[in-house]
Design a protein around this ligand. Sequence first.
Ligand code: NAD
Length: 262
Amino acid sequence: MSSLHNISAIVTGAASGIGLATARMLHARGASVALVDVDAAQGASVFASFDPNTDARVIFIDANLIRSEDAEDAVARTVGAFGGLNALVSNAGIQRYGTAEQTTLELWREVLDVNLTASFAMARAALPHFRRAGGGAIVNVGSVQSRTAQRGAVAYVTSKHALLGLTRALAVDHAHEHIRVNCVCPGTVDTPMFRASAALDADPASVIEACERMHPAGRIARPEEVAEVIVFLLSDAASFVTGTEIDVDGGLLAVIGGAPKR
Ligand SMILES: NC(=O)c1ccc[n+]([C@@H]2O[C@H](COP(=O)([O-])OP(=O)(O)OC[C@H]3O[C@@H](n4cnc5c(N)ncnc54)[C@H](O)[C@@H]3O)[C@@H](O)[C@H]2O)c1
C-alpha cells in the first residue's frame, strides 16, 4: 500500500459506519482527515477517540450537507486547517423507503439532496483545491443499488444510480488534471443504517439472517472491508483507476436471480 502521508482528506458521514471506518483507516495510515457529519454529538465523541499524538491531523466539522453552503464551508474549513485538500470521500447518505406513490416530493428531495446533490456540491467545492494540489481523488459511496433495485426504495435507488453518472462525468472532465473519481458499491454492511433498516421489520433478526443468506459469501460486510477499498482508491496504488465502480458485495451482484445461498 502506498503511503498516505501526503493525503489531506474529507470524509462525509464520518461519525458512523462506513465513513467512520474509512476515516480511522486513513488517519491510522498517515492521512490528515476532516470528519464531516450532521450528528454533532456523535461527531464530537468520535473525534475525541482519534489519537492526537501523530503527524496526521484530524478535525471535526459539524455540517448538514443538505445545504450546499455547508458543503462549501466544510471544504473551506478543511483547507484552512490542513493548508490544502487532495482527497474526498462522499459517503454521507440516508435510506428511506417507499414506492413512487408512497414517496412524497419532500422525501424524494431529501434523499436526492443528501445522497446525490451533496456529493456534487462537495466535489464542486473541492475541485479548485485539488487542482492547486496538482491532483486528487474522489470516492463516492454508492451501493449495489447503484445498479440494481430493491423493491419500495425508489428515491434511494435513483440517488445511488445517479451517483454512478456523477462519478463518470467528473472522472472524464478532470482526468487530464490528475483528478481521479471512482465509486464503491457495497452490498449489505453492518452499520447503524443497516440495523435501523432491519429494525423497521417486526422480526429484525430474520431480516439480518435473510441478508446474510442473500450474499454468496454467506454473511454481510464489516465497515472496514468497504473502507479498505475506499482507501485503496484514494491512494497512489490506484493511480490509473478512474471513472469506474468497485462492488464490495460478497458476490451479491454476481449471483443469478438473488437466489439463496444453497
Ligand atoms: N450499510 C449498508 O448496508 C450500506 C450498503 C450500501 C451502501 N451504503 C451507503 O454507505 C454510506 C454510509 O452508510 P452507513 O451504513 O455507514 O450509514 P450510517 O447511518 O451508519 O452513517 C451515515 C452517516 O452520514 C451522516 N449523515 C446523514 N445525513 C447527513 C447530512 N445531511 N449531512 C452530513 N452528514 C449526514 C449520519 O449522521 C451518519 O453519521 C451511505 O451513503 C449508504 O447509502 C450502506
